[in-house]
Design a protein around this ligand. Structure first.
Ligand SMILES: [Zn+2]
Ligand SMILES: [Zn+2]
Length: 483
C-alpha cells in the first residue's frame, strides 16, 4: 500500500503539466480508495479529505458511488465524451442499478460536468445537473475558489441522492424494479393456478352433454393434457419469461392477448361441439347447452370485450340457425339436406298428427350420398299437450275443474278431465288438495317446476291420486319456463 502511494505521488508529480486521456487519469479508487482524483492538486488536501469522508458516508447509506475528477487539461477532447468514457472505464456505480455519478472539472476548458449513471438519471436529470453546476459551482470557480465550488456542488448532489424519498431508486443492492415484478409474477402464477383449476372443474361439469342413448360425451372442454399445457404451463411460462424482461406493461399485454386467443378457441369449441351433436341429441338440449354457455360468455365479455365485439352477435345467430344447420350422415359422414316438401311420406300417422297439432315439430334430413334419412323430433308444449297413456302420442289435453276449495278444516277436491285428440282416450282423475295450514305456506298457490318434460323418456308421470302424485303431475303438466 505504501509503495502504491509513492507510485501515485510520483505519477502525480509527472502529470503536473500533462494533457490527460481517459486511460491516463489516475483511478484513485483503486490506488488508495479515494473518491477524488486530483493529480494536479487543484483541490486542497483538506477539501479532498472532507469530500472523501462525505462520499464514504453517502455510499454506505445509499450505495450510490460518486467520483470527483479534477484535471488541468484534457486537450481538445469533448468534455461529455471524456466524462462518459471515464465513467464506463472505471465502472462507477454498482452494476445492478448503475447508480454512479462523476463530477469532472477541467481547468483549461473552464468546464465542470456532472455525469450520472442510468440509475440516477431519474432523480438527477440533465436539467438538475446543469442547475447545480451553474447555481452552486460556477460562481465559486469564477472567483478562483475551486474548493468552495466543488464542496457546494457536492453538497447539493449528496442532498438529493440521500433524500429518503428516492431511496429505492438509488439503492443498487435491492434492485427494486426487478423484484417487484418478480413478486407480481409469482402472485400472478399462484392466483392463476388456483382460479383456473376452479374454472377447469366447473368446465368439467358444464361444457359437455351426453349423447342421447349413448355413453359418449360430447365435450367443448380441452382434454386434461391440453388444459395443463395451454391454460397452466404456457401462461405461467410466459409470466416467468416476461418477468425477466422486467416490464409490467409487456407482461399484461402479452397475457391479455393470449387469454383473448384462449377465449376465441373456447368459443369455437362450444360451437363445434353443438354442431357435432346435431341429429344425435335433441335440438332442445343442444340449444340449452349453447344458451348456458352463452351466459358464461357474457361474463367473459366484460373482461375480454375485443373478441366479443366480433363473435358475440354471431353466437346468437348460430343458436337460431341450429335447427337448419346441415346434419352429418351417421353412415357415410356426408352433409344431409333438409326435406321441406312431402314430409308426410317419411312420417308415421302418429308423427303426422303431432306435426299437425304442433305438439312436436319434425325435421327430415336426407343424405346426399347414401340417401338414408334422419327423422328429428322436437317436442314443443306450445299447446300444453301431454303424452297419451294409451297411444303414446303427444295429443292428450286436460282441463281442471275445482269441486271444493281447501280450507283449514277440509281438504279440497279438483277434477281433471283429459282427452287424447288422436285416439279419443279419456281419463278422469280426482285430485285431493291438502288442508290449509294456519300459518305458513298456502298450498293452493301455484308451484313451478324446472322439469321441461320434453322427450318421451322423461315423461314418466305418476298416476297415484295422492297429493304427492299431484305435485309430480303438476310439475310435468305446466309449461316449463324454457319453452
Ligand atoms: Zn349417408
Ligand atoms: Zn291416445
Amino acid at each position: 500500500m505504501k509503495n502504491c502511494l509513492w507510485l501515485f505521488v510520483l505519477l502525480a508529480g509527472l502529470a503536473q503539466a500533462q494533457t490527460y486521456t481517459i486511460q491516463t487519469v489516475p483511478n484513485t479508487k483503486l490506488i488508495d480508495n479515494s473518491y477524488v482524483s486530483n493529480p494536479n492538486n487543484l483541490l486542497s488536501e483538506k477539501t479532498v479529505a472532507q469530500i472523501n469522508q462525505q462520499l464514504a458516508v453517502l455510499e454506505k447509506q445509499t450505495s450510490a458511488q460518486v467520483a470527483v475528477v479534477l484535471l488541468s487539461s484534457i486537450g481538445d477532447a469533448n468534455d461529455f465524451d471524456f466524462a462518459q468514457g471515464l465513467f464506463r472505464l472505471w465502472g462507477i456505480g454498482k452494476s445492478g442499478n448503475d447508480n454512479g455519478l462523476l463530477i469532472l472539472y477541467v481547468e483549461d476548458q473552464h468546464i465542470v460536468r456532472i455525469h450520472t449513471g442510468y440509475g440516477l438519471e431519474g432523480i438527477l436529470p440533465d436539467a438538475t445537473c446543469k442547475r447545480i453546476e451553474m447555481q452552486f459551482m460556477v460562481p465559486h470557480f469564477r472567483n478562483g475558489d475551486t474548493d468552495a465550488g466543488m464542496l457546494a456542488g457536492l453538497n447539493e448532489v449528496i442532498h438529493i441522492i440521500s433524500n429518503p424519498q428516492y431511496a429505492s431508486e438509488v439503492n443498487a443492492n435491492e434492485s427494486p424494479g426487478r423484484s417487484a415484478i418478480e413478486w407480481f409474477a409469482l402472485i400472478f402464477m399462484i392466483g392463476w393456478a388456483i382460479i383456473f383449476s376452479v374454472v377447469f372443474l366447473i368446465n368439467l361439469s358444464m361444457d359437455h352433454f351426453k349423447k342421447a342413448g349413448s355413453k359418449e360425451i360430447l365435450s367443448a372442454s380441452l382434454s386434461v393434457g391440453q388444459w395443463l399445457l395451454l391454460v397452466l404451463m404456457v401462461p405461467i411460462g410466459l409470466a416467468y419469461l416476461l418477468s425477466l424482461a422486467n416490464s409490467w406493461i409487456l407482461l399484461l399485454v402479452v397475457l391479455y392477448v393470449y387469454l383473448d386467443l384462449l377465449v376465441v378457441d373456447k368459443y369455437k369449441r362450444v360451437i363445434a361441439c353443438a354442431h357435432e351433436a346435431l341429429g344425435k341429441e335433441s335440438l332442445y338440449k343442444i340449444q340449452h347447452f349453447m344458451k348456458v354457455q352463452g351466459v358464461v360468455w357474457s361474463e367473459w365479455a366484460l373482461i375480454f370485450p375485443i373478441p366479443f365485439a366480433f363473435i358475440g352477435g354471431r353466437y346468437k345467430k348460430i343458436i337460431q340457425e341450429l335447427p337448419t344447420y346441415p346434419r352429418l350422415c351417421q353412415k357415410c359422414n356426408q352433409k344431409m339436406s333438409l326435406q321441406s316438401a312431402d314430409q308426410n311420406n317419411f312420417l308415421t300417422d302418429k308423427q303426422q298428427f303431432e306435426a299437425k297439432i304442433e305438439s312436436a315439430t319434425y325435421y327430415i334430413w336426407q343424405c346426399k350420398g347414401c340417401a338414408s334419412t334422419l327423422i328429428e323430433r322436437n317436442p314443443s308444449n306450445k299447446n300444453y299437450f301431454e303424452r297419451c297413456m294409451k297411444c303414446g302420442v303427444m295429443a292428450f289435453q286436460s282441463t281442471l275443474k275445482t269441486i271444493r276449495l281447501a280450507s283449514q278444516k277440509q281438504t279440497g277436491l279438483q277434477l281433471k278431465v283429459g282427452t287424447c285428440k288422436y285416439c279419443n282416450y279419456t281419463e278422469e282423475q280426482e285430485l285431493i288438495l291438502p288442508k290449509l295450514q294456519k300459518h305458513g305456506k298456502n298450498y293452493n298457490s301455484d308451484r313451478t317446476s324446472d322439469d321441461s318434460g320434453s322427450s318421451w323418456s322423461s315423461s314418466s308421470g305418476s298416476d297415484s291420486g295422492g297429493s304427492w302424485g299431484w305435485w309430480r303431475f303438476r310439475g310435468r303438466w305446466e309449461p316449463a319456463a324454457g319453452w
